[in-house]
Design a protein around this ligand. Structure first.
Ligand SMILES: CC(C)(COP(=O)(O)OP(=O)(O)OC[C@H]1O[C@@H](n2cnc3c(N)ncnc32)[C@H](O)[C@@H]1OP(=O)(O)O)[C@@H](O)C(=O)NCCC(=O)NCCS
Length: 172
């Protein structure tokens, strides 16, 4: 069994776009209307948007491969790229997605550990994220990783306002 993590560059944009759409769709299609999902996918994962995010020096994307097969990805933000004003001492996990058939093999934990490693290296004292209140699996995973709920914010899926829980993990 081999697990490899690779930092994304602009060259990986198509791979990133494909895995972003696949994993978002698989995660949320059963609890959202096709119309709202389509609007979100087009807005969040169009090439221009991903190019902008990949070019932002305050964001980093990583692909994870399991036995040489693409299994998931991670996006972390600091400073100006933070989705919420949580302070320059924090790092945000904006996206952590493992493809369906690779879930439950420790890869989510591997990516979470990668985020912790980056945060420590950059002298951050907290890691935080927003997770949809109805995404019970992810919430259970984050709790297992030591995150606790510290707030909530609104999030728009198409025209539907949803609540994201803010979960935080203190590093020191
Ligand atoms: C949530 C997600 C990232 C977790 O990754 P994963 O690879 O499936 O999880 P892991 O195998 O690394 O599990 C790590 C630990 O969390 C626990 N865990 C994972 N999912 C869990 C669940 N639904 N309920 C309880 N515990 C869970 C595991 O048992 C494991 O515990 P251990 O360290 O004691 O062995 C992954 O399932 C996923 O991508 N889901 C769909 C996308 C998503 O919802 N992303 C988050 C958006 S905010």
């Amino acid at each position: 069994m081999t697990v490899k993590i690779k930092k994304c560059s602009l060259e990986d944009i198509q791979t990133l776009q494909e895995i972003s759409i696949e994993t978002f769709n698989d995660t949320f299609k059963d609890q959202n209307s096709p119309e709202n999902l389509k609007v979100y996918l087009e807005k969040a994962f169009n090439s221009k948007q991903l190019e902008k995010e990949l070019s932002n020096i305050s964001s980093e994307f990583f692909l994870i491969c399991f036995n040489e097969v693409l299994a998931g990805y991670l996006k972390v933000n600091i400073n100006d790229a933070l989705s919420e004003k949580m302070g320059d001492e924090s790092l945000e996990i904006e996206r952590i997605y493992i493809r369906n058939k690779f879930q439950g093999k420790g890869l989510g934990k591997y990516l979470q550990n990668k985020a912790v490693e980056i945060a420590i290296r950059k002298n951050k004292n907290t890691i935080w994220l927003g997770v949809w209140e109805k995404n019970e699996n992810a919430i259970a995973f984050y709790k297992k990783m030591g995150f606790v709920q510290t707030g909530a914010h609104s999030f728009y899926m198409g025209d539907e306002e949803q609540i994201d829980l803010i979960m935080t993990k203190t590093l020191i």
